[in-house]
Every structure is written in structure tokens, then in C-alpha cells.
Design a protein around this ligand. Structure first.
Ligand code: SF4
Ligand code: MG
Length: 314
């Protein structure tokens, strides 16, 4: 008797037919391909994936994905991610957005999203500028730096995304580079597999507005030494082995912070920090709020009887 096997999913499976209008040479192309490769690596069927974006060039990402998608408001990626994940906890929910969207307009949601430890993945396309609106300085541009799109140099300190994520309570924190696609795909796959709030901050080249952090700058063509290196090629261990050991948690956080502020100016890629603790969904399950079936399939927002609450508010 002939046996049938499910067709293998490839990166192409996750491509949409929508015309891509990013500028030629934009780092965003590499990130989308890496996301598609990561989903193929994990063999997650497209109808089990939702990609949620904010406003910015990166906001167009869901249009280019052959998965579910939602292009939401500026800075509101994570509230939408949270709603989707709670409505259907079986979905693989991936937030995507720029540095301006995530670390500027949506920074409050960035903090709240991280500390809940909901099981989502957030990819931040970090190019130091608000590229969609002609390249104004974003929160990640360094003090004293001026791109060709800025009227003057920045007079404020930059946000360090790794430090912000550590302080907010993200349980998986990594950094990738848009032009190292295979390596980035592997990081994204790890972030998706992690149970909890996962951030992948991604250095993204924007040849149209950011002439400082170009491909040749990341490669160190001006300084004679590559600026990027990989944490996993050293003895760096990002994993907290005993989540109940507060000293170990603090030590791993301090180590990640030090790496993210490396005084040599070199820029590490890879996983900075990883902690396995119960997710927000686990806590809701323990309280009996979240059951086996997704809320969306039950046709109700909560399994709880909310009538007494409504009566009280009436
Ligand atoms: Fe990419 Fe920059 Fe063009 Fe936007 S403006 S599509 S980020 S190169
Ligand atoms: Mg940006």
C-alpha cells in the first residue's frame, strides 16, 4: 500500500505574492528570508503562524509573508501580539517592528510585554532611524552621531536594547545581523522555540538613510577589524541553569549587560541571556483561566463567568 508523507515545508512556503517595495539593498530582505528559513527549519505550518507588525518600513513584513498577519498601529505590536496569543495560545506569534516603533513609540509596551513572559517572539529591525518618515534619529542612534538624513548630531544617549530587555524581564535576549541570514535564521528559530518572551534585536542596514552603519562599517572595512563577532564562538554561556538561584540569575544578567556594552566597540551577535521559567499562559492555566482549547475556538473571551463582574459595574 502506498504511503503518503506530508510535503516538506521550505522557506518559499512562507512567501506571499505581494510585490516588495523596500529599497534595493535594504537589510529588511535578509530578515524576512531569515524568518522564512526559521519557520521552515521548525516545520511550523503557515496557518499556525501570525506575524504582527507596527508602523515603519518593517511594518510591511506581514504583507510579504504567506502566513496570517496583522499590520497594526505605531508602537502597538506587543499589545496586538498579546491579544492574539491569549485568544489562540497554539499560534506561533511573531511581532516585528523597527527600533523607533519598539524602543521609542512603543517602549511602554516593550517593558510590559517582556515582564509578562508571554510566549512570543519579537524581532526588532534596528537601523537607528525612523526610515519610513525619511530617517529622523531613533532611540538607538549613538550620542554625537549624525547620519546623512539628520539635520544635526544626536545630543542624547542611545537606548541599549539588551539592557532594556534585561531590565524588563525578557527571558530570551539575542542579537542578529540582517546580512548574516543563516546565522540570523538560527537565532530566530531558537527564539521561537524558547517558551516565554523572546527578543531578537537585529542590526539592519538602511542604505537610503543610514550611511554610518553600512555593510562595510559592520565588516570593519574602515578600522581593519570586523566589528561583529559571535558569542557562541567563545566560552560565553547565556543560559541560567538554576532559575531558583537568584545569584546565578543576577550574575547572568550582569554578564549579558557587560557584553552589550563592550568598551572595545566590537559588537557581539548571538544569545545574550536565556531563562526558563513559567510563562504567562502557564500561570493562567494554573489559575484555571486558560484551558486546553484556545479561547477563540470556545467562542468566549474567558471561560470564567464574568456576569458577576458586569453586574457589579452596572
Ligand atoms: Fe530599507 Fe531604509 Fe529603504 Fe526603509 S528606507 S526600505 S529601511 S533601505
Ligand atoms: Mg528604524
Amino acid at each position: 500500500m502506498a504511503t503518503t508523507t506530508a510535503p516538506q515545508l521550505t522557506a518559499k512556503t512562507y512567501k506571499s505574492e505581494v510585490h516588495n517595495d523596500w529599497c534595493p539593498g535594504c537589510g529588511d530582505f535578509g530578515i524576512v528570508i531569515a524568518l522564512q528559513m526559521a519557520l521552515a527549519k521548525l516545520q511550523i505550518t503557515p496557518h499556525n503562524v501570525a506575524v504582527v507588525s507596527g508602523i515603519g518600513c518593517s511594518g510591511k513584513t506581514p504583507h510579504y509573508m504567506g502566513t496570517y498577519g496583522f499590520h497594526t498601529l505605531h508602537g502597538r505590536v506587543l499589545p496586538s501580539v498579546t491579544g492574539l496569543k491569549l485568544a489562540n495560545h497554539r499560534l506561533t506569534v511573531i511581532g516585528v517592528g523597527g527600533d523607533g516603533d519598539g524602543y521609542g513609540i512603543g517602549v511602554g509596551h516593550f517593558v510590559s510585554g517582556g515582564r509578562r513572559n508571554l510566549d512570543f517572539t519579537y524581532l526588532v529591525f534596528n537601523n537607528d532611524v525612523y526610515a519610513l518618515t525619511k530617517g529622523q534619529a531613533s532611540p538607538t542612534i549613538e550620542k554625537g552621531k549624525k547620519t546623512k538624513s539628520m539635520a544635526d548630531s544626536s545630543i542624547v544617549e542611545a537606548i541599549n536594547p539588551v539592557a532594556l530587555a534585561l531590565a524588563s524581564g525578557y527571558t530570551f535576549i539575542a542579537r542578529g545581523y540582517a546580512l548574516e541570514v543563516k546565522y540570523l535564521a538560527n537565532l530566530i528559530a531558537q527564539a521561537i522555540q524558547h517558551r516565554g518572551s523572546a527578543l531578537v534585536d537585529i542590526f539592519q542596514t538602511c542604505p537610503t538613510y543610514n550611511d554610518l552603519h553600512s555593510k562595510s562599517w559592520y565588516e570593519g572595512k574602515d578600522s581593519g577589524q570586523p566589528r561583529l563577532y559571535k558569542l557562541d564562538e567563545s566560552d560565553y554561556d547565556p543560559v541560567v541553569h538554576d532559575p531558583n538561584d537568584r545569584a546565578e540569575v543576577a550574575q547572568k544578567k550582569a554578564q549579558a549587560l557587560l557584553k552589550s556594552e563592550e568598551p572595545s566597540g566590537r559588537l557581539p551577535l548571538g544569545v545574550f541571556y536565556q531563562l526558563e521559567v513559567p510563562t504567562y499562559e502557564d500561570c493562567l492555566r494554573e489559575k484555571g483561566v486558560l484551558g486546553h482549547e484556545p479561547q477563540a475556538r470556545l467562542g468566549a473571551v474567558f471561560q470564567r463567568d464574568i456576569q458577576p463582574l458586569l453586574d457589579r459595574l452596572a
